[in-house]
Design a binder for this molecule. Structure first.
Ligand code: OAD
Length: 253
């Protein structure tokens, strides 16, 4: 049996599937990744743009970068990888939960419902002082906005380096990692904790780990590795799993 058949069989039989995604799942939509060729952190310093200290030093620089990313998001669409994951949630018997490090909202736009966004949401603006928050609409203009309630600086509603993850999302992600039968890991370099630790936590708790990444990052943790772009690997994998789960025969090729 091919790896695709075996991995599809695991997905078809699972009761709980956790999907951990990173920037790579959105690469084929045209959203740059962080590391590697063409990645954000090859061009910019994360400490300038994605830390509380960088924001305190130069809020204008940080806001301009996030507003440019918001404008860029208006130009992109979910890709076949996002749609395949949404189909998995709809059509497999398992409860499917996506734990995403991405802030781009593309899983939700593709139709996924059960999404835990552990690094926040690019379209959210929050106050640095009070509990004010709002969802943004275009146009996304440059400049540093102030809180309409208390006058403090507003900031993007995302998690920066050196900050804690939102408690509820972190607990949910840990719970899913510890209790899934299968963890599907898609498009992450697994370098940023705590997310980078979820696959080994899942494996230690008895789950089978499947990795999709043209440049695999999990080493021996993964039982099956599909070293392909997510938009190529996921649609046939999900097709095969759905066919198996619905009792149909899947003929490869
Ligand atoms: P990275 O940029 O570190 O890694 C992206 C991964 O996607 C790499 O392993 C690539 O090989 C892989 N990849 C590239 N194209 C792909 C494709 N078409 N299909 C599948 N995989 C592909 O992104 P993350 O691991 O998500 O945090 O980075 C984690 C965190 O670090 C981000 O959430 C962000 C970043 O700094 C913050 O900003 C706090």
């Amino acid at each position: 049996m091919s790896d695709l058949e075996q991995a599809a069989r695991l997905l078809a039989r699972a009761q709980r599937i956790a999907v951990l995604t990173g920037a790579g799942v959105s690469a084929e939509s045209g959203v740059p990744t962080f590391r590697g060729a063409g990645g954000f952190w090859g061009k910019y310093r994360p400490e300038d743009l994605a830390t509380p200290e960088g924001f305190a030093r130069d809020p204008n620089l940080v806001w301009n970068w996030y507003q440019a990313r918001r404008r860029q998001l208006l130009q992109v669409q979910p890709n076949p990888a996002h749609y395949a994951l949404a189909r998995m949630e709809r059509e497999l018997p398992a409860r499917v939960t996506i734990i995403t490090q991405n802030i781009d909202g593309l899983h939700q736009r593709a139709g996924s419902k059960n999404v835990i966004a552990i690094h926040g949401d690019l379209m959210l603006t929050i106050c640095t002082s009070c509990s004010f928050s709002r969802r943004e609409e275009p146009p996304f203009e440059d400049g540093v906005p102030r809180c309409p309630n208390c006058g403090a600086l507003l900031r993007p509603g995302v998690v920066w380096f050196g900050e804690l993850l939102p408690e509820r999302e972190l607990q949910q992600a840990l719970e899913e990692s510890h209790n899934c039968d299968v963890m599907l890991v898609v498009g992450t370099s697994a370098q940023v904790y705590p997310a980078a630790g979820f696959p080994s936590a899942a494996r230690a708790a008895g789950a089978a780990v499947i990795e999709v990444n043209p440049d695999p990052a999990l080493g021996g943790i993964a039982r099956y590795v599909f070293a392909q772009p997510a938009g190529q690997a996921l649609p046939p994998l999900v097709d095969a799993a759905v066919a198996l789960a619905s009792g149909g025969q899947h003929s490869p090729g």
